[in-house]
Design a protein around this ligand. Structure first.
Ligand code: ADP
Length: 649
């Protein structure tokens, strides 16, 4: 027996019936509370006021029948189980009452405690089930409302179709889009063929109905305006079968426009970066060409013993300034190459100790001049021959030692080269460049590696410089997977540490081009100089005159080919690269080609160019030339290269 307390309502106007109901109810032993109403008005009031577990309703009431009252109660959204009682049985009436929401119907004659108990307990159970159903229904409704709100809150087009390609659901955005686009009103049950004529899209529906999800980009013109939609087709599955397709169509017009603008801006930026690099490259090339004349003529004059005293000093100043100018031009060129991501590295065998001793030679004089000691220590464990880019290593060390010299007025400059790691075929080296100079304040130490940044505002005025050297040095180090660090104390000095990894070479020693110390008689050789710049022709003439060598000038590739086709007695060609009519590359390729028009197609060719890039040097070799000398050329270097090829040939 349940201990639950039931709140019951009896609606009956007959006192005798009420009494017999109460008696029977008492005998059930149930825990209950019974209210009694004798007419419909009272009943409605009570039903509104209290929550009952079960209502017993007499069919015949004064002025109203049970059916009417039942409908009124249900109209109040009160779904309490109602059992209808009547004086005599009537099947038709019973059916009608059940249809209108009663859960039981019985004649009063059958009222017994057992029967009442059964009715109450059945009603309560039924009520519980009904309550759960109502709750679930409410949840579904709320969920649906939420989903509808979400679907409606977006301006993306959402709709769904069934297996027969008919609309089963859609949101206002979709409805409005179709209305705007095609002046068609969308409705449930409508075939999509009414507004989608494109077979490709229909095929997407069909593919999705086979269970595939897919995305399609649709570009179209709406009201004379470009529109783009990203549409996703997702199969709707029920019991593992595809019963329809949900379509989500997102308007990505703005996004697309933005992407296009972004792409355009990126292309513009790339174009202007390229233009900038090309400009800087051309400009420094253009500057290097006259620099060749300035430096060449200065060298010639410096060799002339007629200049002494102030004149010699002035000449040396010109030479010094020209050297500085060249460093700046090279820095700008390197910097623009790094910015454009166009820098490449050699991977060749080199003799580290030899390179370091050359570096020592370069800076020895300047450090002595300033009264500074210049020391280089190299760990004994470091192999002699390494593989990597000796030119870039030289450039890094050159920059750092140059700075150390510039910013140190007493004490010393030391380069310590240490082996910090070695395994397999690699060894990691650390180059410490130590000076006892002015030092760099801590807060400036990270800034000096940025381009155009100097530690003190008066650096340029006091020491000169562009602020590019360390930016280039850092980039060159990092691009070779290395590292650069600084430790510095104002007034005490600085230590720049560069970590670089090199491959170990298979060679223990390198064959190097021996510098020819003896003075050779070059008078028996004939050299063809292909050069379009009149000043540089003049410089070449002056040098070769000094070396007693006959040179013939060709103004471009075409003239060179013509001369080489008529004369067999040339021993060497010095070839400029950028020339009108026919470039140095084209001329060299033609000379080396199978159907070469020249008389000696094996003649040694040395390229002579203001463009100092590795790629250019590679192109030179690819075009069939033997060697490369950069302009402005160092007289010694040119002399040695000329000797190397004419003596060999
Ligand atoms: P630049 O020397 O042409 O100005 P860098 O990029 O080589 O440009 O150097 C940036 C700045 O870092 C220098 O201007 C200087 O202020 C500081 N700096 C670099 N090396 C040293 C050094 N060894 N001692 C003191 N200051 C230095």
């Amino acid at each position: 027996m349940t201990s639950e307390k039931f709140k019951l309502l009896l609606v009956d106007d007959d006192d005798i019936d009420i009494m017999s109901f109460q008696r029977a109810l008492k005998k059930t032993g149930l825990n209950y509370e019974l209210d009694i109403c004798k007419n419909s008005i009272e009943t409605i009031e009570f039903v509104k006021k209290y929550k009952y577990n079960c209502i017993f309703l007499d069919y015949l009431l004064p002025g109203v029948d049970g059916l009417e009252l039942l409908k009124k109660i249900r109209g109040l959204k009160v779904f309490t189980p109602i059992a209808v009682m009547t004086s005599q049985g009537d099947e038709k009436l019973a059916v009608q009452m059940i249809k209108s929401g009663a859960f039981d119907y019985f004649p009063k004659a059958e009222l017994s405690p057992d029967y009442i108990q059964k009715v109450i307990l059945n009603g309560v159970r039924l009520w519980e089930v009904e309550n759960k159903r109502l709750k679930a229904e409410k949840e579904i409704e709320e969920n649906n409302n939420r989903l509808t709100a979400i679907v409606e809150s977006t301006d993306n087009n959402i709709y769904a179709i069934n297996n027969s390609l008919q609309i089963i659901s859609f949101n206002s955005s979709f409805k409005n889009r179709i209305l705007l686009q095609q002046n068609i009103e969308v409705y449930i049950g409508q075939s999509i063929h009414e507004f989608i004529k494109d077979d490709e899209i229909i095929n997407h529906f069909i593919a999705s109905l086979k269970g595939h999800s897919l995305t399609h980009f649709e570009e179209l013109t709406l009201n004379n305006q470009y529109n783009c939609f990203e549409t996703t087709y997702n199969p709707i599955k029920s019991d593992g079968k595809t019963t329809g397709v949900a379509i989500f169509s997102k308007d990505i017009t703005e996004n697309r426009k933005f992407q296009k603008e972004l792409l355009q801006a990126r292309n513009d930026a790339l174009f202007s970066a390229k233009a900038k690099t090309e400009f800087l490259s051309n400009m420094s090339h253009e500057i290097r060409t006259p620099m060749n004349a300035i430096m060449g003529i200065t060298d010639l004059l410096l060799d002339d013993s007629a200049f002494t005293g102030t004149s010699l000093k002035n000449l040396k100043s010109i030479r010094y300034s020209a050297d500085n100018l060249l460093v700046i031009i090279n820095d700008i060129l390197d910097f623009s190459k790094i910015e454009a991501g166009k820098i490449s590295f050699e991977n060749i065998d080199f003799d580290l100790r030899l390179r370091m001793s050359e570096l020592h030679k370069t800076f020895e004089y300047r450090s002595k001049e300033k009264g500074l000691d210049f020391i280089i220590n190299i760990d004994e464990d470091i192999p002699n021959i390494l593989k990597g880019d000796p030119y870039r290593l030289n450039q890094i060390l050159f920059n750092l030692v140059g700075n150390a010299l510039k910013f140190t007025s007493k004490g010393s400059i030391t380069i310590d080269v240490k082996l910090i790691e070695t395994h397999d075929n690699k060894c990691k080296l650390m180059f410490n460049i130590i000076d006892t100079g002015i030092g760099i304040p801590e807060h400036k130490q990270s800034k000096i590696f940025e381009s155009f940044n100097q530690a003190y505002t008066d650096t340029t005025r006091k020491f000169g410089g562009t602020g590019l050297g360390l930016a280039i040095t850092k980039n060159l180090t990092i691009l070779q997977n290395g590292n650069i660090n600084i430790i510095s104390k104002v007034g005490k000095g600085s230590v720049f540490s560069v970590e670089l990894t090199f491959e170990k070479s298979e060679f223990k020693k390198l064959e190097i081009d021996k510098l020819v110390d003896e003075v050779y008689d070059l008078s028996k050789f004939k050299i063809l100089v292909v050069e379009d710049n009149v000043m540089n022709q003049f410089v070449a003439k002056q040098f070769f005159k000094k070396w007693n060598t006959e040179i013939i000038i060709a103004n471009n590739g075409v003239e060179a080919i013509a001369l080489l086709s008529e004369n067999i007695d040339f021993d060497l060609v010095l070839m400029d690269l950028q020339m009108p009519e026919m470039s140095g590359f084209e001329a060299a390729e033609l000379i080396r080609s199978n159907n070469s028009p020249v008389l000696n197609s094996d003649i040694p060719i040395i390229a002579l160019s203001a463009d100092a890039f590795l790629e250019t040097r590679k192109k030179v070799i690819e075009a069939g030339m033997n060697d490369f000398v950069t302009k402005p050329f160092k007289p010694d270097e040119l002399y040695q290269k000329v000797l190397k090829y004419v003596i060999k040939s």
